[in-house]
Design a protein around this ligand. Structure first.
Ligand SMILES: Cc1cc2nc3c(=O)[nH]c(=O)nc-3n(C[C@H](O)[C@H](O)[C@H](O)COP(=O)(O)O)c2cc1C
Length: 365
């Protein structure tokens, strides 16, 4: 029986799939639904000294006409539109009734977080995550929080800062790092009107979802290599395999934002279930067995040369790999049950391996 539970910063979670500050954590009922949907921990929407005045529209999918949790999106949502008093009186107590550990997100300046944090601690919040979304001041905020609360503090970093350097500076002051916030600024234009799709200044928005996962993966691995404190990964998680990849890059848990917007509150349980199946099918007993597994391979270049090998039992002859082979080295004919790689034409680029949904292709030993 695979054990998905994780423990860090003195908190125990039934699985490592958490909500993230965003629409999937916008109030108490949404958080309670996320718990019912299988989340292992709850991170609430960011609160600040006054409610946000959010521009509208403030969300736009990257791809039109397609819905699915593997998509990306832009947002200009800022922090919570609900006053912190409402969170304290109503929203946090509802979320706490789930019995899951509840992490409150707060921002942004040291004097602001110092004012809010003691009230959150008093309300029974289990830990704090502070957002520095492109405003900086990481260490000053951590110090200000440490002076006023005893509960664990997590610092959430944006991808455009030097994450490993900042994480190292933060290490003595926080209990963990959350990486990453959305990436930007970015822009989408509605070609029917010629206007930006978001109602923010200049139409600017911040990208999230599958497209930013490799950026987040690099940040998480760099932080895990540079520090000994827990890293919570966030950025483009929409499947159990995505979550496993982050755990192998050194994460202790992952948060899910965009996939929950696009799929709904059952996404957390689905991802946790997929993680469990993957671990089971690969002969692992727990998250701990794979945690940080990739880090030892990140010091030097890993050269795997040669022509990919195919496992014909796994290959369904679906035809995806020849479409993405720029060297025309692969021939697939489903009607003849044929799969061939021309070793003369193949340049060992590796693209076919990454597109195969069945893990039928591999390179090296
Ligand atoms: C609509 C929206 C609102 C968000 N609001 C917040 C927020 O209030 N505080 C915060 O720290 N991050 C916020 N984020 C960032 C997410 O928590 C997360 O770091 C980012 O979207 C990457 O994860 P994802 O790819 O799973 O969405 C928001 C993201 C989105 C898409």
């Amino acid at each position: 029986m695979v054990d998905l539970s994780v423990e860090f910063a003195g908190l125990r979670f039934r699985n490592p799939i958490f909500t993230a500050a965003g629409p999937g954590a916008k109030d108490g009922m949404t958080l309670l639904n996320a718990a019912a949907g299988g989340a292992g921990g709850l991170v609430a929407k960011t609160v600040s000294v006054s409610p946000a005045d959010v521009p509208r529209p403030n969300m736009a999918a990257v791809l039109k006409g397609r819905v699915g949790s593997r998509r990306g999106m832009l947002n200009a949502e800022l922090w919570s539109e609900l006053p912190v008093e409402q969170w304290l009186e109503r929203e946090y107590p509802i979320a706490l009734s789930s019995g899951l550990p509840l992490i409150a997100s707060l921002g942004y300046k040291p004097e602001e977080v110092s004012k809010i944090a003691p009230m959150l601690e008093k309300a029974g919040i289990h830990a704090l995550e502070y957002s520095t979304h492109y405003v900086g001041g990481h260490v000053e905020i951590a110090k200000a929080l440490r002076e006023v609360v005893d509960i664990p503090i997590f610092a959430k970093l944006s991808p455009k800062v030097q994450v490993a350097k900042i994480a190292k500076e933060l290490e003595p002051h926080v209990d963990g790092i959350v990486a990453i916030n959305s990436f930007g600024p970015c822009l989408r234009i509605d070609i029917e009107s010629g206007k930006p799709m978001l109602g923010s200044n200049g139409g600017e928005g911040w990208m999230s979802g599958s497209a930013i996962r490799p950026i987040a993966m690099k940040c998480v691995a760099d932080i895990a290599k540079a520090t000994d404190i827990p890293v919570i990964a966030v950025g483009g998680v929409s499947s159990g395999e995505d979550a496993i990849e982050f755990i192998m890059a050194g994460a202790s848990a992952v948060e899910v934002c965009t996939a929950a917007i696009l799929e709904g509150h059952t996404v957390y349980g689905r991802i946790a279930g997929e993680m469990k199946s993957w671990l089971e099918s690969h002969g692992y007993d727990s998250i701990q067995d794979v945690k940080g597994m990739a880090l030892k391979h990140l010091a030097d270049a890993v050269v795997l040369s040669g022509t990919p090998k195919v496992d014909l039992n796994l290959c369904t002859r679906c035809g995806l790999c020849p479409k993405s082979c720029v060297y025309d080295a692969i021939t697939v004919d489903k009607s003849k049950n044929l799969f061939q790689i021309d070793g003369e034409k193949c340049q060992g680029c590796g693209m076919c391996i990454s597109v195969c949904p069945y893990h039928a292709l591999s390179i090296g030993s």
